[in-house]
Design a protein around this ligand. Structure first.
Ligand SMILES: *[C@@H]1O[C@H](CO)[C@@H](O)[C@H](O)[C@H]1NC(C)=O
Ligand SMILES: *[C@@H]1O[C@H](CO)[C@@H](O)[C@H](O)[C@H]1NC(C)=O
Ligand SMILES: *[C@@H]1O[C@H](CO)[C@@H](O)[C@H](O)[C@H]1NC(C)=O
Length: 308
């Protein structure tokens, strides 16, 4: 399976039967500039633009709010800020009170959202729409992960901490390694990445197996079915079960984050904007065209036939 990022223009020659039973031929130009995701062609809808490097996309499905962090220029320095966007209302607000806001996590057991920045951990208050200090003052937070336990990764040492008996302690198994992304799946498998590679520790295993040592991982998420997706800087990867390897299922240049909305539709970001993948009316035509584009130049005759 190959993927094409490029946008190509298809000229579909459509036959339409009009009243008076005359047959009329008209042409319609379709731009196949969407994304092939797991063998299906989708249109991409621009949701929000003019955000630098939108990282850590987290969709809060009950309120329809998308949280993400992004870069801002502060004088000559680049800093981070967390923004909340209501998808339906199409409005965004920066979350105040989280200096250097970067990490975002959803605690699905308690329906809470947490943030991390230069100066500790914060909890989002949905009523006041503000962040409230939670813990670890003075610590710089790179990442947060919550499932049964509360984990965070400290910056710049990239050490993994877990909350145990009222305090955060370093995770013993990870004391000598750096961790950049940490994730535990619904099926209790552990995935993590660092500068060396992306690893999996199977549910009943203790050793970390290399899944991919070739790609820069920026986010690890799972969909409603518990399938785990790895956002790499060049696209999306999925575990090629039963092998502990990844397979690339979408090409997105300069990808920064991924999440799923309440209907399990893909929301993703590149270096400037956030998009949602939508079902396309030309799913089949565009997939065929993108797959064939290098093999032969598509004549309108082929399309005419495939359309009929
Ligand atoms: C910009 O940086 C200064 C100094 O570090 C800091 O006090 C200020 O809050 C920052 N501004 C923003 C908008 O983050
Ligand atoms: C990444 O994790 C692996 C597996 O635990 C470890 O062998 C490797 O040294 C780590 N890399 C860094 C940079 O810490
Ligand atoms: C897809 O087709 C439906 C039904 O014909 C139409 O209402 C809709 O506007 C079309 N969508 C696009 C993006 O063209």
């Amino acid at each position: 399976m190959r993927f094409f990022k490029g946008s190509i223009l298809l000229t579909l020659t459509l036959l339409a039967t009009f009243w008076a039973s005359s047959l009329s031929v008209y042409e319609e130009t379709v731009s196949c500039d969407g994304v092939v995701f797991h063998d299906v062609y989708f249109d991409k809808k621009l949701l929000f633009s003019n955000y630098g490097r939108p990282y850590n996309l987290v969709m809060h499905k009950y309120t329809g709010i998308l949280f993400f962090s992004h870069t801002i220029q502060n004088g000559t320095l680049v800093d981070f800020v967390i923004t909340a966007c209501h998808l339906e209302k199409n409005v965004c607000r920066d979350i105040a009170g989280v200096p250097g806001g970067y990490a975002i996590a959803y605690d699905s057991s308690n329906d809470d959202i947490y943030f991390g920045g230069h100066d500790g951990l914060y909890k989002y208050n949905f009523l006041t729409r503000s962040a409230e200090f939670f813990a670890e003052k003075g610590k710089s937070i790179w990442g947060i992960f919550i499932k049964r336990n509360f984990y965070y990764i400290e910056y710049p040492e990239q050490k993994l901490y877990v909350y145990q008996n009222d305090v955060f302690v370093k995770v013993a198994e990870a004391i000598n390694i750096e961790i950049d992304n940490f994730f535990i799946s619904k099926h209790h498998d552990i995935y993590f990445s660092n500068k060396t590679a992306l690893y999996k520790i199977g549910k009943t295993k203790t050793n970390a197996i290399i899944m991919n040592d070739d790609v820069l991982i920026r986010q690890i998420v799972e969909d409603g079915y518990g399938d785990v997706y790895f956002c790499g800087s060049d696209g999306v990867y999925l575990e090629a079960k039963p092998y502990v390897k990844t397979k690339k299922i979408a090409v997105v240049e300069n990808m920064f984050g991924i999440t799923f909305d309440e209907n399990d539709k893909v929301i993703y970001s590149d270096e400037h904007a956030i998009y949602r993948l939508e079902n396309s009316n030309y799913s089949k035509e565009c997939l065929d065209a993108l797959l064939n584009v290098n093999e032969r130049k598509l004549g309108s005759r082929d399309l005419l036939l495939s359309w009929m």
